[in-house]
Design a protein around this ligand. Structure first.
Ligand code: SAM
Length: 295
């Protein structure tokens, strides 16, 4: 059902999603300051962190903690306040709430309860890195953090390896080399821009190929916060994207994307210029081997 939101006609409070600096405090917009000052309550991912921001701007708005571990529990009391007419600003530790940060849950619940949700735009590491990366800004796909475990991470990298859009990723410094190694193996030596410590004193950019960045990082080590912007799959690699995977992985790829087994086998045969019967045999032989090894 279509719902129309006109914020200043609402009798309930407003849920503001306020973007906060990703390093440089001067990036807190005047409008964000005004909202943070005037709301009844700030729901903050880490109240100690946000306290520093409020102190810098001489604000003393009451705060409550709202983070990934208490998101479910805190949602209802916050909704109750909004229903009663209080306004709440949601902030994360840095950047935009809801972008690899808590926010989605309360937004969904607020909308279910017809509470206006208003974004207060501002800093965001992903888009800041994208616009200065030198790579195509449209189309782009924000992947955020990939899974921590190696096999899950590789699976995700395979999932996006034929995507022509520029890819945006976040990664923690201690996992960056592993991620780049897996990217190089699965996506090939594509162009990449790595933004470190955006808006901070030691902001640094690496622009080159994945292999070049990997060599540099292996020598220099990692420190601080990183956002990665990676060139999408080229037309050529998209046509032959399956070059680096086995026949059964190739079939599996289509099955995971919702194809029926028969269709997947047919498409693999077409992609590789092989008879269907050959793909069928290789696939079933491999499946039987898996079953045997698991028994
Ligand atoms: N909500 C935030 C946003 O809008 O950008 C992102 C939060 S996420 C938990 C934190 C990750 O964002 C970091 O691990 C890093 O990958 C990226 N990031 C945050 N600040 C950054 C900065 N100053 N420079 C580069 N990357 C940054």
């Amino acid at each position: 059902m279509l719902k129309v939101q006109v914020s200043n006609e609402s009798h309930s409070g407003i849920l503001y999603l306020v973007a906060t600096p990703i390093g440089n405090l001067q990036d807190l917009s005047p409008r964000a300051q005004q909202v943070l000052m005037s709301v009844d309550l700030i729901a903050a991912e880490d109240t100690r962190n946000t306290r520093k921001l409020l102190t810098h701007f001489q604000m003393s708005t009451p705060m409550i903690s709202y983070h990934e571990h208490n998101e479910k529990k805190q949602c209802q009391p916050l909704l109750q306040r909004l229903i009663e007419g209080q306004s709440i600003a949601l902030v994360s530790d840095a950047g935009m709430p809801g972008i690899s940060d808590p926010g989605e849950e309360i937004v969904k619940e607020a909308l279910k309860n017809d509470i206006p949700v208003v974004p207060i735009p501002g800093p965001n590491a992903a888009l800041s890195a994208l616009i200065a990366s030198g790579l195509k800004s449209q189309p782009h796909l924000f992947l955020g953090f990939l899974p921590r475990g190696s096999s899950q991470r590789k699976k995700e990298l395979k999932r996006w390896m034929t995507t022509p859009a520029t890819l945006i990723l976040y990664e923690a410094p201690h996992r960056l080399t592993d991620l780049l190694e897996d990217m190089l193996n699965i996506w090939g030596d594509r162009k990449i821009a790595i933004a470190r410590e955006l808006t901070k004193k030691y902001e640094e950019w690496l622009r080159g190929s994945i292999g070049e960045c990997l060599n540099y990082i292996r020598k220099k080590g990692t420190r601080g916060e990183y956002t990665l912007i990676v060139e999408g799959a080229s037309e050529e690699s998209r046509l032959q994207w399956w070059n680096t995977i086995s026949i059964d992985e190739h079939v599996h790829h289509y099955i995971q994307n919702g194809w029926m087994k028969k269709e997947a086998i047919g498409q693999v045969a077409k992609d590789r210029g092989l008879p269907k019967r050959e793909v069928y045999q290789v696939y079933h032989k491999q499946q039987a081997a898996y079953r045997e090894s698991e028994a």
